[in-house]
Write a protein that binds this ligand. Structure first.
Ligand code: NI
Length: 171
């Protein structure tokens, strides 16, 4: 089932998500819906709080294909190592029609559980490393625009609110 993606400035996006304690049929249903919602959008990643579920679950697929084989499901993901610097343009399904460069680590190692409850480690670089950092941020209520400088963030808020108002007027 495709779920509704919450968008900025929805306060639900600012809440911290809780660790998953049991992986059961309900978890599998959430993951299926998240993957379906991400591929439909389309996007390269989605975190559970973006669909209003405050559990530490993310899905990522940076392959550019809308098929399951490359889907990464990370439950309770934690960055256990990071190195280097990246400064790449990011967007977010919760902040449609906006993109900005964000400072991140270039490489990360992420430890997480998969849907079978097995601990898995991902050594990521490039787009995948950025996607992991971006999606894990969502679990702590942080959006990529929160990483912008104060000035840039104020500009974003002004511009975006105006855009939302204009969208309402024409709707
Ligand atoms: Ni996002």
């Amino acid at each position: 089932m495709i779920r509704k993606i919450l968008t900025w400035p929805d306060p639900e996006l600012k809440k911290k998500s809780a660790p998953v304690t049991v992986i059961n049929e309900k978890t599998r249903e959430i993951v299926r819906d998240m993957a379906e919602t991400m591929y439909d959008a389309p996007g390269v990643g989605l975190a559970a709080p973006q669909v209003g579920i405050h559990q530490r679950i993310i899905v990522i697929d940076v392959s550019g294909k809308d098929e399951m084989p490359d889907l990464i499901v990370a439950i309770n993901p934690v960055i256990i190592h990071s190195e280097g610097e990246a400064f790449e343009e990011e967007g977010c399904l919760s902040v449609p029609r906006y993109a900005a460069n964000v400072r991140r680590h270039a490489k990360v190692v992420v430890k997480a559980l998969n849907l079978e409850g097995e601990e898995t480690a991902y050594k990521a670089e490039g787009l995948l490393a950025i996607a992991f950092q971006h999606e894990i941020d969502h679990l702590d209520g942080i959006l990529f625009v929160d990483h912008l400088s104060n000035l840039k963030r104020e500009m974003f808020q002004k511009k975006y609110r105006r855009m939302l108002e204009e969208g309402r007027e024409t709707a």
